[in-house]
Design a protein. Structure first.
Length: 97
């Protein structure tokens, strides 16, 4: 797959949104909001709350809990997500090694 991506970038160029990469983030946030979701940035998440195998919200570092009706989307590395943030991460960490 890496070769396919490399050839695509070489042949077609690397797509960059007009106005810079921040425009892509703004567009994705707007898409989520247009479908009833909310996007919050700059909040330190301590834990992704899980019930019956489903992410149900997050607990912030200050103790506030924010419930999710449909999904939790995290912009972190897999190591951060499964190694620290997701409840039960100790078990998940063993499964993903």
């Amino acid at each position: 797959m890496t070769q396919v991506i490399g050839v695509a970038v070489q042949e077609g160029g690397m797509p960059i949104p007009r106005g810079g990469g921040a425009k892509l983030v703004e567009a994705l946030a707007r898409l989520i909001e247009d479908h009833g979701g909310t996007c919050e940035a700059g909040r330190d998440v301590e834990r992704v709350l899980v019930r019956d195998g489903r992410a149900t919200g997050v607990r912030l570092a200050d103790g506030e809990e924010v419930a999710a009706e449909r999904a939790v989307i995290a912009n972190v590395t897999p190591t951060q997500l499964y190694g620290r943030l997701v409840e039960g991460h100790e078990e998940l960490g063993r499964r993903f090694r």
